[in-house]
Design a protein around this ligand. Structure first.
Ligand code: SF4
Length: 419
């Protein structure tokens, strides 16, 4: 087989097609006197959301030609006092300065494994920094270079909505037999909710094991906040039917489902999704198969059921990276995950053809909030003795979130899971 030229097909960045952008545009048309409206004006933070706002002080200009030198110098001034974590979906300009790269759970574990670091600079999104704060020592400060780096999926499950859902399940008489499982990609408050109510956290790698455990503890699962990971795991891994799954919509009275439907369901899926992965389509898979003969389609389980069930390989970011690295030279891969990672896969696998699965999908807008100017600003501030953008989780929330995380870690073979 001939060795194919490495390439990656990408859409024009930030073309306005991203769901996040669409939501923000809609909200701007109808500003309301709420914390969220203030957030959009860059003047405040939404206390019920994991989103933050602007950084205090002066950010370097993105055009500053000395940004790389400034980041290098600030990191050198901090030495072992700082440990920089870079999520797989970060820009290359940020990844260059990461001491370790990985998925959110691996990075939180890495932070905990470096107690000598006074500052953990988390180049990822807010819920990841929260997890790092929960797992690290009280003497360590976790810093998010841009407080606006939230996660739209995590924001789709606010704690007051989840508490209201739980009351609906209680009123239906099924809360006692329902085990809440939350994906790692959720706020600390949601993780704590699952801890308080006998549930656990899961990652995309151990979702099957977590669901099997949950069905040993009870008769039903409330899966938060990603309906796709919940459905894909329940149907494709556990053999449940699509009819066993119902979607609880927090925007509708009683979730938009009847008491009878709640009592009949085995999987109660929260109506949340990833704004990036939910945009991949089964049609894109059909198109790429027609355009690239012999292509292997590999997608993340946050993609919709019809996408996952049409792919050749389904796996977490770590699985995607390892699978393509181990693939034979000359093979072709269409990859359905975040674009920064796909671009890096193309660079790191020049002996294979790497194709982005869907031309209508953009970068993760919130991940991309972290850029070199923000990293320089955070590192220089820390080197100057100014602790900025610290992410903290209150002790009670941290305790119960840790209970849920520990339940996941106690599952066989879970100490090295990846999300
Ligand atoms: S890629 Fe999806 S799940 Fe990950 S941070 Fe972005 S919106 Fe959240």
């Amino acid at each position: 087989m001939p060795v194919l030229t490495p390439q990656v097909h990408i859409p024009f960045p930030f073309s306005g097609m991203n769901v996040d952008n669409m939501q923000m545009t809609d909200l701007r048309l109808e500003p309301k006197p709420t914390p969220l409206a203030l957030l959009l004006l860059g003047r405040d933070a939404d206390p019920d959301s994991e989103k933050g706002v602007e950084c205090p002080g002066a950010l370097p200009q993105a055009s500053d030609p000395d940004l790389v030198a400034r980041a290098t110098a600030a990191k050198a001034r901090l030495g072992d006092r700082v440990f920089i974590l870079g999520h797989h979906y970060q820009r290359n300009e940020v990844i260059e300065f990461a001491d370790v790269t990985g998925d959110s759970f691996k990075l939180a574990q890495q932070a905990a494994a470096h107690p000598e670091a006074e500052y953990i600079v988390f180049c990822g999104v807010h819920f990841m920094a929260e997890s790092a704060d929960i797992l690290t020592a009280d003497t360590q400060a976790v810093v998010l270079p841009d407080m606006a780096a939230g996660c739209s999926m995590a924001d789709m499950a606010a704690i007051n909505q989840v508490e209201a859902c739980w009351k609906t399940l209680k009123d239906a008489g099924i809360a006692d037999v329902t085990v809440p499982i939350t994906y790692m990609n959720s706020t600390a408050a949601i993780k704590a909710f699952t801890g308080r109510n006998g549930g656990a956290v899961c990652t995309s790698s151990n979702a099957r094991r977590s669901l099997e455990w949950a069905f040993e503890q009870g008769e039903k699962v409330l899966f938060l906040p990603d309906q796709h990971l919940g459905r894909n795991t329940a149907v494709l891994d556990l053999g449940l039917s699509l009819e066993d799954c119902i979607v609880f919509n927090p925007m509708l009275p009683n979730g938009g489902v009847s008491v009878e439907e709640l009592r009949a369901a085995k999987m109660i899926l929260w109506r949340g999704h990833c704004s990036v992965h939910a945009r991949f389509t089964a049609k894109a898979i059909a198109d790429v198969r027609a355009q690239v003969p012999g292509v292997n389609v590999i997608v993340h389980p946050e993609c919709a059921y019809e996408v996952v069930s049409n792919a050749d390989v389904v796996g977490s970011t770590e699985v995607i990276i390892a699978t393509i690295a181990a693939a034979k030279p000359g093979t072709a891969w269409a990859v359905g995950t975040e674009l920064n990672l796909v671009k890096r896969l193309a660079q790191d696998n020049p002996d294979k053809q790497i194709v982005f699965l869907d031309h209508s999908v953009c970068f993760c807008a919130t991940m991309n909030r972290i850029d070199l100017p923000h990293l320089v600003w955070a590192l220089e501030s820390l080197a100057d003795g100014n602790l900025v953008n610290q992410i903290t989780v209150d002790p009670d929330t941290a305790h119960w979130a840790k209970v849920a995380l520990d339940r996941m870690l106690s599952l066989p073979g879970t100490s090295t899971v990846r999300d």
